[in-house]
Ligand binder design. Structure first.
Ligand code: SAH
Length: 219
C-alpha cells in the first residue's frame, strides 16, 4: 500500500483529533492517559479499523490502541470510532518499528496482527510484522503474561510466521488453518471479509511469550 495522502485527509484528521494523543512525552504520561488497572489491547496495522473499533464497542471495560502507518486509512478508522462515540480507543499514525519510543514497557495485555502485509519476496522478509527483527521491536510493549493474536489469509506468510514464532520460543495455541470452521468467537476485519467471501480460508494462532522468548532476544 502506498503511503499517499488524499487531499482532504488533514481536515478529516483534524475533525477527529480527539481520537489521537500527542506522542510527545506520551511514554512518561501514559498512565495519566490510560488507566493502569484496565486491560489494554493494541492492534498493529489496523487499516480502516473495523476490527479494533468493533472490539472497543463490545468491551467498554477495556482500553484499545490502534496503530496504522497510513494516515488515509487511520483517519477512516478514527471516523468509525467517532460515529459510535467510543471513549475507550485511541489511534496513532506510527510505524510498528518505533512503538517503544512512545509506549511504556509491558503496557499491553494483547497485541493483534491482522492480515499483515505479506512481503512475499525473500529479500523483504525483514519487513514482515512477524519477522523476528520486527517482533523484537514491539514485544517490549506486551506484558509477560500477555498474548499475541495473528490471523491472515496468506498461507506462505502464516507458515513463515509459525516457524518464526516457534524459533523465538513462543508457545502457540489455537492454531488453525480454517478459523471460520471453528467455534472461536471472531470479529472480522475488512480484509478478512474480502478474502473469506472469495473462499480463502483464514489462518490464525495465538502466541504466548515464554522465558525462552526473552532468552532468545537477550542473546
Ligand atoms: N488489519 C486490516 C488491514 C490489513 S492490511 C484488515 O485486516 O483489514 C495491513 C495494514 O498494515 C495496512 O493498512 C498497512 O498500512 C499496515 N502496516 C503495514 N506495515 C506496518 C507497519 N510497519 N507499521 C504500522 N502499520 C503497518
Amino acid at each position: 500500500m502506498r503511503l499517499r495522502r488524499k487531499k482532504n485527509t488533514p481536515i478529516r484528521f483534524e475533525r477527529c483529533a480527539d481520537y489521537t494523543l500527542n506522542t510527545e512525552g506520551l511514554k512518561e504520561r501514559f498512565y495519566r492517559e490510560f488507566d493502569e488497572k484496565k486491560p489494554l489491547e493494541i492492534e498493529i496495522g489496523s487499516g480502516k479499523g473495523r476490527f479494533i473499533v468493533t472490539l472497543a464497542e463490545q468491551a467498554p471495560e477495556k482500553q484499545f490502541i490502534s496503530i496504522e502507518r497510513v494516515i488515509d486509512c487511520i483517519v477512516m478508522a478514527m471516523e468509525k470510532a467517532q460515529r459510535k462515540e467510543l471513549e475507550n480507543i485511541k489511534f496513532f499514525c506510527l510505524d510498528a518499528g518505533e512503538l517503544t519510543e512512545y509506549f511504556p514497557a509491558e503496557c499491553a495485555d494483547v497485541i493483534y496482527l491482522n492480515f499483515s502485509d505479506p512481503w512475499p519476496k525473500a529479500r523483504y522478509a525483514k519487513r514482515r510484522l512477524t519477522h523476528r527483527r520486527m517482533v523484537e521491536k514491539f514485544l517490549p510493549l506486551l506484558k509477560k503474561e500477555g498474548k499475541l493474536c495473528f490471523k491472515t489469509d496468506n498461507r506462505p506468510l502464516f507458515d513463515f510466521s509459525v516457524e518464526e514464532f516457534t524459533a523465538m520460543g513462543f508457545r502457540l495455541e489455537e492454531l488453525t488453518y480454517d478459523l471460520h470452521s471453528t467455534d472461536t468467537p471472531n470479529v472480522m476485519t475488512e480484509y478478512e471479509e474480502r478474502f473469506s467471501s472469495m473462499g480463502t480460508p483464514i489462518n490464525r494462532f495465538v502466541a504466548y511469550p515464554t522465558q525462552a522468548t526473552y532468552n532468545f532476544f537477550e542473546e
